[in-house]
Design a protein around this ligand. Structure first.
Ligand code: ADP
Ligand code: MG
Ligand code: MG
Length: 924
């Protein structure tokens, strides 16, 4: 997702120079849309996504209520100037309001025919529900009477007023629920009033009831804040505008930006727009629709609406809306019109759209459109099918798929048998595909605590709000009892790639008792629950998961023609391979891993960690014997026993890779990692090796290091104990000889990699051993083996002295895990204490161990590449750190001109797509 957010924003925006701002003398802060439209879809940097698309829709003749956008530059100004505005803004806003008044033939603050507006936020990339919107602004004790009179519907007028006071009270004046478990104070008053009147639905309240409610709301605000609810409409407008700008820095917006890598500097725009009313009666409605199914990508009209309702009612999940299909019967004209809008939007925006509409007394209005958030599966299906439909070409389609989303085709689903045996306790709407099992958590906080304990959780709530984002991130899946497929829960789940079942009406959650009741079963917080986000089914207890269809096809247990998912996967992979320049390798230590990676498309091994081969069975004991040896004789003795094991492993690996390059890194970790820490095991080891226990204990003590990450490891080991290097290299070449001379010979392509080199002399020392042993083995077997020797670049000194090092190294492989640790002076395992604070303060935009620190570590890499090439123009270049599976980092590696990235086997497909995207982006 990160990927797409960034690319869509950078690729779609034109520079500010394109905006009229530069051509007028004074800065332009306000952009109109409606009869006069100043902006367009390409101006999202300046107008935010919402504002830019409102302008675009207005320009192509869709019915958009008139309004204007205050640009993101004002947001920047606001924060740079102690939360104040540019001088000219007030006058510009007045003029723009005047334009709306003229078009609507209503007066803002007018007592006969008052104009009401909405004040809406809109960042460059949509941040659904992250910032606040205020509706019906412009109502006060006087204008409400005017609205009642002119509409002939006092109930409607008072309903608008109470909604406005509630939103304004909450967003601008800060009258909110005390914590996660208490209710919204406005809702409490509303519920109490309904109860006292014996009414159940909001719609049962009449004008008089609502008028009473307004009085109570105003009183609540006065009590909580000590100030009165403002009656002046411009005071309201500036209050709301300030709140929208202010919300850019609220906690949940910050969290959201971190999740999606959105820079804090971008800022939000503010959209002020004439209100249209979906709550004007039973011939009115409001809704949200997608031009295709955002959960599975199917080309079907998808969405929902509520009759006689306003805005947030649909998204907030307060009432469960009707599926859009029901509109065909209920409001056939509007349905037909929306179908036309649906086609027009896709044709114009060339992507699946998520749009918001309102029907006021049979008249239809468009309030928003944006590229719809979708699940990974849907992203892929939509892209592939839109190419078939000639709505876009392959290149565009590839750029539209967030690389990470390929993962959703590969993740496990529920095991069919286990699911059949499970107890079905209810059903909801399928909103985020896949299967999730975990313990029930009723609050975001509980989800976080349980997950930190190492448990999997399913977050179960009546409905979610933006404040639950953190809890949702921690959960395997999300279950809600209210709200439909465009509710907050569904929207966020789709975006996060979480399994989600929403609107499960028969399920009841009791927060006080901490129980979930469904189908006659009562579950407690902490009990296991399983949800299937593909079907909507809810089960009691744990359900085993099973391999995805793609995996089964690749393993040969499912016929490819039986799986549309596989067809989609294959199509995207084929297209990707066509456009990418980077080669994709994998980090694998065993033949099984290597085979899986090759099935996923790996073109070589970029990192085989030989130490992983030492843990199995008896090997660990020989390894320990080698480590505990007091002299070279003893050590050579033990190494002799390890040699056949290691040789056998390499034979397996070479066979699995069938001539593809295999980079073998010599022993790297500090030796104590192989030694037992607990006394019983130490005793056993002493017995087994026939050594006195005290001796073993002493040796282990002697090997202790204060900071093993920076101690005797990497090539330092091989320099200290050359016989280790010798054994490993012998194993490699003997294995190569065996495979090459087997009855059915297999080609081999070994690349020996020396770890943690910082001095050219270190490399020279180890290189001498490699070449000598290689020569010996080749001579003995009378065979030539093609091989190269290179080094890992993982300490700054190696990067800085790249020119010297490349004289002898035939390749560089950037070990960015250690290179990040050593460049930042930060141990990956020791960032726990301050990491959260760093995130909160936005010091790290992203975790530097997950996504390459391009401006720091990246600079070193750039330097190493340039200088390494000075001594060796054909220097082979790759990366084998964790970052090699991260799309943003892959993009960087592409730009750096590396030859390959090497990631873990499951990330190979993601890397293939990300590499193609990097190449396509470069061409743009
Ligand atoms: P978000 O960014 O959270 O989606 P919006 O700014 O889109 O917030 O506002 C939420 C909802 O409020 C919209 O979906 C729409 O239904 C309603 N709304 C906003 N502006 C208007 C308007 N001018 N007239 C009628 N309804 C509006
Ligand atoms: Mg919206
Ligand atoms: Mg390393």
């Amino acid at each position: 997702m990160k990927q797409s957010t960034k690319t869509s924003s950078t690729s779609k925006t034109t520079s500010k120079a394109a905006a009229p701002a530069k051509s007028t003398k004074k800065s332009q802060y306000v952009y109109n849309f409606g009869r006069q439209t100043d902006g367009n879809a390409s101006m999202r940097e300046l107008l935010g996504g919402k504002g830019a698309n409102l302008a675009e829709m207005a320009a192509i003749g869709l019915p958009v209520p008139p309004g204007f956008t205050i640009s993101t530059e004002v947001c920047t100004y606001f924060y740079a100037h102690d939360r104040s505005y540019p001088k000219s803004l007030a006058a510009d806003v007045k003029t723009a309001v005047g334009l709306i008044e003229a078009q609507m033939k209503k007066q803002f603050g007018g007592k006969d025919n008052p104009l009401l507006v909405s004040v809406r936020s809109g960042a460059r990339d949509s941040m659904p529900g992250m910032m606040d919107t205020i509706l019906n602004l412009g109502l006060n004790d006087v204008t409400v009477e005017g609205l009642a009179a002119i509409s002939g519907n006092p109930r409607f007028a008072w309903d608008c007023y109470r909604r406005f006071i509630q939103m304004y009270g909450d967003v601008v004046m800060g009258v909110q629920a005390a914590d996660e478990e208490s209710h919204d104070p406005f809702h409490e008053l509303l519920d109490a009033l309904k109860k006292s009147l014996g009414k159940t639905q909001d719609n049962d309240l009449n004008a008089g009831d609502l008028q009473k409610l307004v009085t109570q709301y105003k009183e609540l605000i006065r009590q909580r804040t000590g100030t009165a609810f403002p009656q002046d409409v411009y005071e309201q407008l500036w209050g709301a505008t300030g709140a929208v700008f202010g919300s850019w820095r609220n906690e949940r917006a910050i969290l959201y930006r971190q999740q999606y890598g959105i820079p804090a500097e971008w800022g939000t725009a503010v959209n002020i727009q004439a209100m249209v009313f979906g709550n004007a009666g039973d011939d009115s409605a409001t809704g949200v629709a997608f031009t295709r199914d955002p959960a599975n990508g199917e080309k079907a009209f998808y969405g929902e609406y509520l009759i006689n309702a306003q805005g947030e009612d649909v998204v907030a999940g307060v009432r469960t809306p009707k599926p859009i299909a029901a509109m065909e019967k209920e409001m056939p004209d509007s349905f037909a019109a929306l179908e036309k809008v649906r086609a027009k939007l896709e044709k114009h925006f060339k992507d699946m759209q998520d749009f918001e509409f309102t029907i006021e007394k049979g008249r239809r209005f468009m309030l928003q459109t944006r590229n719809g958030k979708r699940t990974g599966l849907a992203a892929i299906r939509i892209a592939v099918e839109m190419v078939k439909e000639k709505l876009m070409d392959q290149r565009t389609a590839l750029l539209k798929i967030p690389a990470e989303s390929v993962d959703s085709l590969l993740v496990p689903i529920f095991d069919t048998k286990s699911q059949k045996e499970a107890t079905l306790i209810g059903k909801g709407l399928p909103a985020g595909p896949g299967g999730a099992t975990g313990r029930i958590a009723f609050t975001a906080a509980a989800a976080e605590i349980e997950t930190r304990k190492g448990n999997k959780v399913v977050l179960c709530r009546t409905e979610t709000s933006p404040d639950d984002l953190k809890g949702m991130l921690y959960s395997q899946g999300i279950l809600t009892t209210r709200g439909g497929v465009s509710s907050h829960a569904a929207l966020v789940a789709r975006q996060l790639g979480k399994v989600c079942v929403c609107g499960a009406g028969e399920v009841t959650i009791n927060y006080e008792k901490r129980t979930l009741t469904a189908g006659g079963h009562v579950l407690q917080e902490g009990d296991y629950i399983s949800i299937n986000g593909t079907t909507g089914a809810i089960y009691k207890g744990l359900i085993e998961s099973a391999d995805s269809e793609v995996k089964r096809v690749l393993e040969g247990t499912l016929k490819p023609e039986k799986s549309y998912t596989y067809e989609l996967f294959q199509t995207v992979m084929e297209w990707s391979d066509k456009y990418r320049r980077l080669r994709i390798r994998t980090n694998a230590d065993t033949p099984a891993m290597a085979e899986q990676a090759v099935a996923y498309g790996a073109e070589g091994i970029g990192l085989c960690r030989t130490e992983h081969m030492f843990f199995e069975g008896d090997r660990i004991d020989y390894m320990r014997q080698m480590i505990l040896a007091v002299d070279q004789v003893q050590r050579t003795e033990a190494l002799k026993k390890l040699l056949p094991f290691q040789r056998k492993d390499f034979v397996g690996l070479f066979k699995a890779m069938a001539g593809r390059p295999v980079t073998i890194r010599l022993l790297d970790p500090p030796l104590h990692e192989f030694l037992p820490q607990d006394d019983a095991v130490r005793r056993q080891l002493a017995d087994k090796l026939g050594l006195p226990l005290e001796f073993v204990i002493e040796r282990i003590k002697a090997l202790h290091e204060e900071n093993p990450m920076l101690g005797c490891r990497g090539c330092r080991l091989g320099i200290l104990y050359p016989e280790i290097t010798e054994m490993q290299v012998r194993a490699v070449f003997e294995a190569a000889a065996l495979v090459l001379t087997a009855k059915t010979p297999v080609p081999v392509n070994p690349e020996i990699m020396i770890p943690l080199v910082g001095f050219k002399a270190e490399l020279a020392d180890q290189l001498a051993i490699v070449h000598r042993v290689a020569k010996e083995v080749m001579a003995k077997n009378n065979i030539a083996i093609d091989y190269i020797v290179g080094t890992m670049v993982e300490v700054p000194r190696a990067a800085i002295t790249a020119e010297e090092i490349a004289v002898q190294a035939e390749f560089f492989s950037f070990g960015t895990n250690d290179l990040t640790q050593t460049t930042l002076g930060l141990s990956r395992d020791d960032m726990g204490l301050f990491y959260d604070e760093y995130q909160r303060k936005e010091i790290y935009n992203k975790n530097p161990f997950a996504s390459l620190d391009q401006t720091g570590v990246g600079k070193l890499m750039e330097f190493a590449v340039a200088n390494g090439r000075k001594s060796r123009p054909d220097l082979k270049l790759g990366i084998c750190g964790e970052h090699a599976g991260d799309p943003d980092s892959i993009d960087f590696c592409h730009r750096l001109g590396l030859h390959y990235v090497s990631c873990s086997p499951p990330r190979v497909p993601i890397a293939r797509l990300a590499a193609a995207q990097a190449a396509l982006r470069e061409k743009k």
